[in-house]
Design a protein around this ligand. Structure first.
Ligand SMILES: Nc1ncnc2c1ncn2[C@@H]1O[C@H](COP(=O)(O)OP(=O)(O)OP(=O)(O)O)[C@@H](O)[C@H]1O
Length: 585
């Protein structure tokens, strides 16, 4: 219930509309009782030997028709209101979740995986619509109306009131048995659903790798197994519940189960008038529909509790530390002071200290897995350090407003992601307010313009459609164009030449020359020949700084660097000429 309450909290802004919806729904259900009362009037007229002329019956029929019409009208009005509230609230929830992701460490996001997140963002939230749009207005009316009928029945004859409720404890007992008997199965069913979603997304996302490495059998097996598991657990749950459910849904609306026999007994004994007996039967009959609809909601609540748990788990996750005192750095000097960090248990960076002065180039080199990318990711706060401090302009990055920090850094990462929107918009992400001309200007500098113009719709080509026609190197130039447009004072280039081929390489170098002018640059490179002119080269080994200095200093004093240099002398690709703030081939 606590979980569901949290969902209601999202609808706070729309409480007024929600109350109106409840009121209209209650009205609609009450109006729905009128036909029962009118039928009672006809029966009483028959029995009272009053004349039953055609006009009277016509009037009653007309009133029944009008009340059914009014019932539908108020119900539809209630639904219109509640759906408006529901979809506004769902939008709010999705926005809140998306905002939350921005404030979460990347680890938290990756731990969940895109499949599970998609499941939460789309499917689970969609199912919240049921609570807000239907459960509240309808559910409340299905409680209030039967209660009012029962109260009225108490006034008529308290025995009939109790009798009309007699079936409820019986059905609730069956429901209780059902919930207790298959708790674990329900849990497995939910898990299997989440697993299946994750596998579907992974299967589609990894299609390229699956095809290339001919992993179709294994991956397809994983996918089909999860679909089969989902089917199995769903059926397991239903099989276990079927008998109980049938019992529950049959007995709950049988409100006349005790009213008819015992009412007849009281009537024959003379302690109950015929009119009260008949009215009690008709009123208890009108209880059936709201009660069985309410029962459907009870079933849904169990499901929704699980789903809102998953949503709330994300919303309650620990965010990146937000400082009370926010400060703006005055320069772009970067310093790492005794920084240590572990993604999980194992420390991947220990005691890292270095400074990267404004307008200089710092290169990170070292064997694969030595922690170079982690240093970059800590600087952009994908994760927070465990111990030590990272400062920009002598201010701890935790104290720099997140948006400001992001504005200060352009991160050209290993994973270049293009959104499935136009190429123009993909580049514009660097600075959303940039006009088309500015986007085209940076695209020219980043050597993208020509190949973009060759695409079917030029800058308007969707990245998804263009996907197969854009090479890795071209993608990289698009990401450089983005970074150029952003024009941030600090640039991190992670494996910036990972996709290079001879044709692309010169172009990327030219693009980079423009990007790094007058900036503080941190470059992660495998090919040492590209960073020989860096102001400071940090040699990483096993998560620690093995040595640091200029190329020459390291050649003189660092054995590990000497070995690396020897291994790389063949791979002459691009050089950094720091004096000119440019990269030269
Ligand atoms: N998201 C993650 N979760 C857990 N461990 C991670 C994660 N990312 C990296 N690691 C681990 O942290 C260590 C450092 O990785 P990192 O990517 O920083 O190395 P790197 O020097 O940049 O490697 P490469 O040159 O291959 O990119 C490695 O042992 C890696 O397995």
């Amino acid at each position: 219930m606590k979980e569901i309450k949290k969902v209601f909290a999202f609808a706070k802004e729309y409480h007024y509309k929600l109350y109106t919806a409840v009121l209209l729904a209650v009205l609609s259900v009450f109006i729905g009782i009128i036909p029962f009362y009118l039928v009672y009037r006809i029966i009483m007229r028959y029995m009272g030997d009053l004349p039953l002329n055609f006009n009277y019956l016509l009037l009653i029929s007309g009133l029944i028709f009008l009340s059914l019409l009014a019932k539908s009208f108020f119900f539809l009005k209630a639904m219109a209101n509640s759906h408006e509230v529901a979809f506004d609230t769902l939008m709010g929830m999705r926005k809140k979740l998306a905002d939350k992701l921005l404030r979460l460490p990347m680890g938290e996001i990756k731990k969940r995986g895109s499949g599970k997140l998609k499941n939460i963002f789309v499917d689970m939230i969609e199912e919240m619509e049921l609570i807000l749009a239907h459960m509240i207005p309808e559910g409340v009316s299905y409680i209030i109306v039967p209660l009012s009928i029962v109260v009225y029945l108490f006034f008529l004859d308290w025995r009939m009131a109790f009798l009309s409720l007699g079936n409820i404890p019986v059905s609730m007992f069956i429901f209780h048995l059902m919930m207790n008997s298959n708790k674990e199965k329900l849990e497995s069913w939910f898990k299997a659903g989440a697993e299946m979603n994750a596998n579907i997304v992974e299967y589609i996302g990894g299609m390229e790798v699956i095809k290339i490495f001919n992993q179709t059998t294994t991956s397809f097996k994983k996918y089909t197994e999860s679909v089969r598991d989902y089917e199995k657990f769903t059926l397991d749950w239903y099989r276990e519940s079927w008998t109980y459910m049938a019992g529950f849904f049959t007995i709950l609306p049988c409100t006349m189960l005790f009213v008819i026999p015992f009412g007849a007994l009281f009537y024959l004994q003379g302690s109950l008038s015929l009119s009260v007996y008949i009215l009690s039967m008709l009123l208890s009959m009108s209880l059936g529909e709201p009660l069985s609809k309410l029962a459907r909601f009870i079933e849904s609540i169990t499901m929704l509790t699980k789903k809102s748990q998953a949503i709330n788990q994300i919303l309650d996750s620990q965010e990146l530390v937000k400082s009370e005192v926010e400060q703006i750095p005055r320069n772009s000097n970067i310093s790492f002071k005794q920084v240590s960090f572990a993604y999980d248990e194992e420390e991947v960076l220990s005691d890292i200290s270095f400074t990267a002065k404004e307008n200089t180039v710092t290169a990170l080199v070292g064997e694969s897995g030595s922690g170079k990318s982690t240093i970059a990711k800590l600087l952009v706060r994908f994760w927070d350090v465990n111990t030590g401090k990272i400062k920009i302009g002598n201010i701890d990055i935790k104290n720099i407003p997140f948006a400001k920090l992001m504005d200060s850094i352009s991160y050209v990462s290993q994973d270049i992601f293009l959104f499935d929107t136009s190429i123009m918009e993909n580049i514009r992400m660097g600075r959303p307010e940039a006009v088309d001309e500015e986007v085209i200007k940076v695209a020219r500098i980043a050597q993208c313009h020509d190949f973009i113009m060759e695409l079917d719709k030029g800058y308007d080509t969707l990245a998804g459609d263009a996907g197969n026609k854009i090479s890795g190197g071209q993608k990289q130039r698009i990401s450089i164009a983005r970074a150029l447009l952003k024009d941030a004072p600090i640039i991190i280039l992670d494996e910036a030449t990972a996709f290079t081929d001879p044709e692309n390489e010169d172009k990327i170098q030219e693009a980079l020359n423009d990007l790094i002018k007058g900036k503080t640059l941190i470059v992660i490179a495998h090919r040492l020949s590209t960073i020989t002119a860096a102001n400071n080269i940090i040699v990483m080994g096993n998560g620690q700084i093995a040595a640091q200095g200029t190329h020459q200093e390291l050649l003189d004093k660092s054995e590990i660097y000497q070995k690396m240099w020897q291994a790389h002398t063949d791979a002459m690709d691009w050089n950094i000429n720091v004096k000119g703030g440019s990269l030269n081939a």
